[in-house]
Design a protein. Structure first.
Length: 150
């Protein structure tokens, strides 16, 4: 084959540092739009986004031209700088060090979009910690509890 063709779909999850509830309903749409712009700068596409006051879920079509770790470094770093510029309430904003990344197929996209769009309702019953542990188990990802919440 003389060209490189890919479908790299990934569900990304990460929280604010110490799960501080800093993502307000007012800033959330702008934050997701800003993250979408960062992704476009790296030839990736934000398919959907959602979350709650202490974490985000991003459904991303990732470019073949950037490693996932590099892409997340840019998204988290640039969006953190942006949100800090949105007012005094965000001065101390930081993202957690790590992230969860789960691959998915195109057929799974509608169900994941429903899941991401209902995060606020979902978190009336589940905490972020419970959700992340469930996602790790569902995807067969082993973790070390000592480092999971840094």
């Amino acid at each position: 084959m003389s060209q490189t063709l890919t479908s790299l779909l990934v569900h990304l999850v990460f929280s604010t540092k110490n799960r501080e509830p800093l993502i307000t309903i007012d800033v959330e749409p702008q934050l997701f739009a800003y993250m979408g712009g960062i992704l476009r700068n790296y030839q990736s596409r934000l398919l959907d986004a959602g979350g709650d006051r202490d974490h985000v879920h991003l459904l991303v079509s990732q470019s073949k031209n950037i490693a996932l770790s590099n892409l997340l470094k840019e998204v988290k770093g640039d969006s953190s700088l942006w949100i800090k510029s949105q007012g005094r309430a965000f001065r101390t904003f930081h993202w957690q060090d790590g992230y969860g990344a789960f691959s998915f197929g195109r057929a799974d996209l509608p169900a994941l979009q429903r899941y991401v769009s209902t995060q606020k309702e979902h978190h009336r019953k589940w905490t972020y910690k419970e959700e992340l542990i469930w996602m790790l188990e569902e995807n067969g990802v082993e973790d070390d509890e000592r480092y999971l919440w840094n």
